[in-house]
Design a protein around this ligand. Sequence first.
Ligand SMILES: [Zn+2]
Length: 427
Amino acid sequence: MDYLLKNGHIYVNGEFFDGDILLQNGRISALGVDLSADNATVLDLQGKLVTPGLVDLHVHFRDPGQTAKETIATGSRAAARGGFTTVAAMPNVEPVPDNAARIKHMLDRNAQEAVVHVKQYSSITINRAAGDCVDFAAVKAAGAVAVSNDGNGIQSAKTMWEALLGCKAAGLPLAEHIEEDSLKYGGVMTAGKRAQELGLPGAPTVVETSQLGRDLALAKAAGAHYHACHISTADSIKMVRAAKADGVQVTAEATPHHLLLADSDIPDNQDTNFKMNPPLRSAADRDALVRALADGTIDIVATDHAPHTADEKAAGFCGAPNGITGSETCFAALYTDLVLTGKLPLTRLLDVLTSAPARIFELDCGHILPGGAADIAVFDLAHAETVCAADFASKGKNSPWVGRELRGNCYCTFVDGKLVYKQEEKA
Ligand SMILES: [Zn+2]
């Protein structure tokens, strides 16, 4: 089916254009004013924001292995409901995609079962365990977009060194979950005043910075592309900024929750929807992340969409697993709390969710181009809506934004010209 989207506020190459966009045969066939087309379904957008489909380089779909939490199908529908048309799935599933055959199998399943484009990470090491690295050239040839052991940091400097050399040779980015296990002291949140108030064990922020410093030194010597996942502290930002100035090929992501929440937001009832890894940091760290996103030190936003079952999240702050869902609230939460408050220009928010992630992983998406793939998201910036867990397409309902009123919900999403999500009309 072809679609003619009328009266959109369309984001094209860094600028806004008020007009129409025609989606035919899966491609963007025209941009203009007063367009018409025979046999196309017409949607009057009444000034809604039209963007390239959003790109999320960090999601957990739990499939195969933990499908009570999420599946490729439900995770991809959650992505579509958030305006994402391309995501990259982390390899902490069972069995771990750590060789060419498993990468191909995952890519086949992703193509069959997902409603959005799902790229695939390989793990860095065999079975994500301490020890041997995967065959980087083989997983790259099979279609892996990058490698990561996300969920755990690489503890051995030797393993990280060999992995960076292998990724450099294969032309793969290495996306690191930065966490030095020996410095955690059993912490379930960031050490400090709020941990003391709540009586919870805290871990120091050097868990992140000590390993990041090691990795940046190794990445410089190896000449490899090192992507720092979900950086969360002001000191990490300084280290990334200095490394970039020094010519290190480093890129960095931040999550919506680290940009918008601090440990002081963890409620007295110890709601486990505020438990994630890295944990929420200080308000000063949070504010530094926003400034670093604005000035380009942080390259992209990625959600770290991490669904868990309600039973698992009911196990208390010490017992519950880390992580929250992110796909369905990402844009509206950032729009509401960063753009409407004047902390971040809308154009920068759109770039870090579209063209920037596409560029750093060399993906063919993230732009609205005549003739290009019709991967499009439409957001309704005019209306506020309260986040309701029952509305989530994700199996995971673990979100700290449930109950919050947000502006900028996704109105509809197209992948290759196909309508894969449309907001239901509420009475
Ligand atoms: Zn992680």
